[in-house]
Design a protein around this ligand. Structure first.
Ligand code: BTN
Length: 261
């Protein structure tokens, strides 16, 4: 079981995760914070569970993990602006890659727009959702699944998923300090995001698979003609490429898939 006391002792943030909701079992941490009344969810509130029964990924995919083995949580932000929200997802991915790297002495990557990879295998994923009151944004929910101590995965994802346990060659990790490390970094990146600090974009870009390379793109399921040079993400979190016709094009979050083959 997640040890709340041990986590509190390791937490060094000033606002992120100071309001911490632990629920032993629930459907989905994103759904939990989505259902909650606005005044019960502050900026930086976190909900974490040990057993998520209806974990969700992007495109209505399921997110299934072994109970008590991994980190399964959602952060609620109440940002003062909505522009560039996708950068927040990527900033969270950056925080995870840096924390995992420090624990394992490896280099993980961000797979645009929302995954954490190690050597072609998925180590974690992020589901970002916005909650509106009328047409006003009330909160942004950044739901994070990080495979920490899962020894094995069932078919078909056994071929494509990995965990810190597997990367470390069969070593288990305490989840509480990992979460504290991730949150400390996210808090720092959040303040950079608020200030439009270009250092944040640069740090994200350096970590994204394919950055600066000629890549193949799939746009809306169709393969885009010719290779494109991946110039990075912009302040909106959109993908910027140079096409083989020397045009600069940007693609939004949902449209595109990158492959580096
Ligand atoms: C993806 O890979 O498409 C994103 C997966 C996100 C999973 C996390 S686990 C915590 C939070 N609650 C959910 O239901 N989903 C996210």
């Amino acid at each position: 079981m997640f040890d709340e006391k041990a986590f509190e002792n390791r937490l060094t943030t000033s606002w992120l995760g100071q309001d911490f909701i632990y629920v032993e079992q629930l459907d989905s941490t994103n759904s939990y914070l989505r259902r909650a009344e606005s005044d019960k969810v502050g900026h930086g509130t976190i909900c974490l569970t040990d057993h998520q029964t209806h974990g969700r990924g992007r495109y209505e995919r399921k997110w299934v993990t072994r109970p008590s083995a991994n980190l399964t949580f959602t952060i609620a932000f109440k940002p003062s602006r909505v522009a560039g929200l996708h950068v927040l997802t990527l900033a969270s991915a950056l925080a995870i890659t840096e924390t995992v790297d420090q624990c394992l002495d490896v280099e993980c990557d961000i797979k645009w727009p929302n995954d954490i990879y190690y050597k072609n295998k998925k180590l974690g994923g992020i589901l970002t959702e916005s909650v509106f009151t009328g047409n006003q944004i009330d909160r942004v929910l950044v739901g994070i699944g990080l495979n920490v101590n899962q020894e094995k995965f069932s078919e078909p994802i056994d071929q494509t998923a990995t965990s810190m346990y597997q990367i470390a060659g069969g070593k288990s990790f305490k989840r509480e300090p990992i979460l504290a490390g991730v949150l400390q970094r996210i808090e720092h990146f959040y303040s950079q995001w608020q200030r439009f600090d270009v250092k944040l974009l640069k740090a994200i870009n350096r970590r994204i698979i394919g950055y600066g390379e000629w890549v193949s793109l799939q746009v809306g399921g169709e393969r885009y003609d010719g290779k494109c040079k991946f110039l990075g993400i912009n302040e909106e979190g959109a993908l910027v490429v140079l096409t083989s016709n020397d045009e600069i094009k940007t693609f939004s979050y949902e449209q595109v898939h990158i492959t580096t083959d």
